[in-house]
Design a protein around this ligand. Structure first.
Ligand SMILES: [Zn+2]
Ligand SMILES: [Zn+2]
Length: 336
């Protein structure tokens, strides 16, 4: 069994600080875990919220990263689902309790006692990671390691958000056109939706990107679309987009917030909600979402656009994501 005793990792030692390049012990897999040689790990907006201290009680020190693609380097004694050398992906949901009422009725995404990869469990900004066999996925072979990484959160959370919006009608607005949106638009267009893409004001480059991926209209988030929306998904962590999306929505419209954190939502007139409009959030994912999405993605086929960075450039990748300078998804590629 090839196994190194130490590894390189980018480590968050305290919120508000840049990640540090550290050599640390390679984790050992527990009985139900696999040790993964990390090949690629996506950089998600949630990682920025953790770095900025906007999500409470992270594990510290912490290895971020919950879009891990790698191969099995070693297996725990009870692992039967994966063999050494197999490729697999690890998402945000790292464990659940299996006993709470959410777990027992098919809503494990709302588990009372979950573990989250790259937040309460160490993640993939490292040469190695461990993950529970039951919470890891086989990945469609058509995708390279870097291309597959964004499927594991941007894709999955985008898909869960889309499913909650899809029955409302044909016209779908997407606010914030980053990693999740660039995947979601492809699924929506594949299923016959008309997509209206909203970006930061003046970001004509991203608006062009959205049109290239099939949006029928792209404009600024402070504009109204040419037609009323049946549903809207908000991926940008900006609370004022909730009333903006309601204003753009038809009667019965559904507004889904896909992010884990958002700035405060300004108060708004009841008129915006009247007419059976709905506002709701999406939290985490279930393993069933993962199986369903990873089966669908290669059939569309969803193409991911990635900008790659070496592992040690994780801070640069995070900064560029913060500044809206990533088209598609940022991915760390781990070599050596
Ligand atoms: Zn539970
Ligand atoms: Zn994420």
């Amino acid at each position: 069994m090839a196994k190194t005793k130490t590894m390189q990792a980018m480590v968050l030692e305290a919120p508000g600080q840049p990640l540090k390049w550290r050599r640390m012990p390679t984790p050992q897999p527990g009985p139900e875990q696999v040790l993964i040689r990390v090949h690629a790990c996506g950089v998600c907006r949630t990682d920025l919220h953790v770095v900025d201290g906007e999500l409470p009680h992270p594990k510290l020190p912490l290895i971020l990263g919950h879009e891990i693609v790698g191969t099995v380097a070693a297996t725990g004694s009870a692992v039967r689902q994966f063999k050494a050398g197999e490729r697999l992906g690890v998402p945000w949901l790292g464990s659940t309790c299996g006993a709470c009422r959410y777990c027992r009725n098919g809503r494990e995404n709302l588990c009372d006692n979950p573990g989250f990869t790259g937040y309460t469990l160490d993640g993939g900004y490292a040469e190695y990671a461990v993950a529970d066999q039951g919470y890891s996925f086989r990945l469609p072979p058509a995708y390279s390691d870097a291309e597959a990484a964004p499927l594991l959160c941007a894709g999955l959370i985008g898909y869960r958000s889309y499913r909650l919006a899809q029955d409302a009608g044909e016209r779908l607005g997407i606010y914030g056109f980053g990693a999740a949106a660039h995947i979601t638009v492809q699924i929506a267009v594949y299923q016959g939706k008309k997509v209206y893409a909203f970006t930061r004001p003046g970001d004509t480059e991203t608006q062009e990107f959205a049109r290239r991926l099939g949006a029928v209209w792209a404009g600024s988030s402070d504009e109204l679309p040419p037609e009323e929306l049946d549903a809207a998904i908000i991926f940008a962590p900006v609370g004022s987009l909730i009333p903006a999306a309601l204003k753009a929505s038809a009667k019965g419209g559904v507004v889904v917030s896909g992010g884990i954190h958002m700035s405060d939502i300004p108060s708004f007139s009841y008129d915006l909600l009247w007419g059976e409009r709905v506002v709701r959030s999406v939290a985490n994912l279930t393993r069933a979402d993962g199986e369903e999405f990873l089966e669908l993605a290669p059939r569309v086929p969803v193409k991911t656009e990635v900008q790659t960075f070496p592992l040690e450039a994780a801070n640069e990748a995070l900064n560029r994501l913060r500044q809206g300078q990533i088209q598609g998804a940022a991915v760390l590629v781990v070599s050596g």
